[in-house]
Ligand binder design. Structure first.
Ligand SMILES: [Zn+2]
Length: 321
């Protein structure tokens, strides 16, 4: 079933002030028709970067550049699309949804501006309108996983301590092929569940992690790994043309991106049953379409757990082959 939402109706029904109260944003000071305080979106140290105009129902943060209306605010807080933000507001504040059956009547449908009615399925992940700041690139967890500070900074990966969806996790920005951030993944520091948190509505199948840097590396050969940390380690060892599937299955969209951009694919999956099977299946799928090589990591290990020397040897051998 399709969810319908009327953006203007939601904007008219919910004021920015109501939404700020919903999030219990602390420490906002009122000056005439304006609220000012620390930014609840990026959570920086400054307590005056965030301004909300109650008259205009608009906000702006001078530090992270986030700005917009009530829908943009919720989209930024929830790391979701504007459409999903509208659906959430509709639910939270019990705003009646537009009746879909009425839309089947030509007259009613024609009277509603088209752009206000957006369908459930969105093929692309929209670019985020903000970036998290105050990320700690020198957190001990990264060292534990063998990621040095320079790599962490380059990828924007680090510990996020401020309040928000990813609070207390290692945040990993995911970019589209144009290099725009489309989501943050949040890795738990311990056995906490879920191990990786992703914003609801984010379509993993539509992205290849690190694709924009792999494209910039300008090599016809791409290394494909399963996880974010495998990707970071391979990059760190001097092989920048690497992407991660963010799992062990290859979606049709990911396959298309690989075939469009590269001539040769080197699969380096985990040395467990799931990784071996995935490797075989994907090899068979791609073999007719491009050159494919399988790099076998030792049983019971995954690429990011290998010592530098072993990882480098595996990759160098495969490159020459
Ligand atoms: Zn901000």
């Amino acid at each position: 079933m399709r969810d319908w939402v009327n953006f203007d109706a939601v904007k008219a029904a919910v004021s920015l002030e109501k939404v700020l109260r919903h999030y219990q944003v602390p420490g906002l000071r009122r000056q005439r028709s304006q609220l000012q305080g620390g930014c609840p979106i990026h959570g920086g140290a400054r307590d005056d970067s965030f301004r909300a105009s109650l008259g205009k129902n608009a906000f702006q943060c001078f530090a992270c550049q986030a700005r917009g209306n009530v829908l943009d605010f919720v989209a930024a807080m929830e790391q979701c699309s504007v459409r999903q933000a509208a659906l959430r507001l509709q639910r939270w504040f019990a705003i009646p949804a537009p009746v879909a059956s009425r839309l089947a009547v030509p007259h009613a449908a024609a009277s509603l501006p088209k752009r206000e009615l957006v369908r459930e399925k969105e093929a692309r992940n929209p670019a985020l309108r903000f970036a998290l700041t105050g990320v700690d690139f020198a957190h001990p967890y990264l060292r534990q996983r063998g990621i040095d500070r320079a790599t962490a900074m380059e990828f924007g990966v680090g510990f996020y301590g401020t309040a928000g969806l990813m609070s207390g996790r290692i945040v990993i920005p995911i970019h589209n092929e144009r290099g725009e951030i489309v989501a943050y993944a949040g890795r738990a520091l311990n056995e906490q569940s879920p191990k990786y948190k992703l914003p609801s509505g984010f379509r993993k199948a539509a992205e290849l992690f690190n694709l924009h840097r792999a494209i910039a590396a300008g090599s016809p050969t791409v290394i494909v790994v399963e996880g974010y940390f495998d990707c970071l380690r391979v990059h760190q060892e001097g092989f920048p043309c690497v992407v991660a599937l963010m799992g062990s299955s290859l979606s049709p969209e990911q396959e298309r991106a690989l075939l469009q951009r590269f001539e040769r694919v080197m699969l380096m999956f985990d040395g467990d049953a799931a990784g071996r099977t995935a490797s075989q299946v994907i090899h068979a799928r791609l073999a007719m379409k491009c050159r494919v090589v399988v790099i076998r990591v030792p049983d019971g290990t995954q690429p990011d757990q290998l010592p530098s020397r072993a990882l480098e040897d595996l990759l160098s051998d495969a490159k020459q082959g």
